[in-house]
Design a protein around this ligand. Structure first.
Ligand SMILES: [Zn+2]
Length: 92
């Protein structure tokens, strides 16, 4: 099963844990920010970490707060996936 082997190899080579100092839970989201836009973005975990991004577990991503005057934009799709394609009236 090449796909399974590939997935396992990916997991082994990319140990991504939450960036919060006291948290060692697997990261599910990536936070990035822009000073000019005063915006913090939370996305699904991006494939590769890069310097100005922070990986977060779902709990810390959910509890993320931003300084006054900043905007938090949650662009994650994981939470909505269970309801996708079920034929319901899901507001987006
Ligand atoms: Zn965490």
């Amino acid at each position: 099963m090449p796909a399974l082997r590939g997935a396992l190899r990916y997991a082994e080579t990319m140990p991504r844990i939450c960036a919060r100092p006291t948290c060692d839970v697997a990261a599910t989201a990536t936070m990035t920010y822009g000073y000019a836009a005063r915006t913090v973005w939370v996305d699904d975990l991006i494939p590769e970490a890069y310097p100005e991004s922070y990986d977060l577990c779902s709990r810390h991503a959910d509890r993320l707060t931003v300084p006054q005057g900043w905007v938090l934009t949650d662009r994650r799709t994981l939470l909505r996936l269970p309801f996708a394609g079920m034929g319901g009236d899901v507001a987006v």
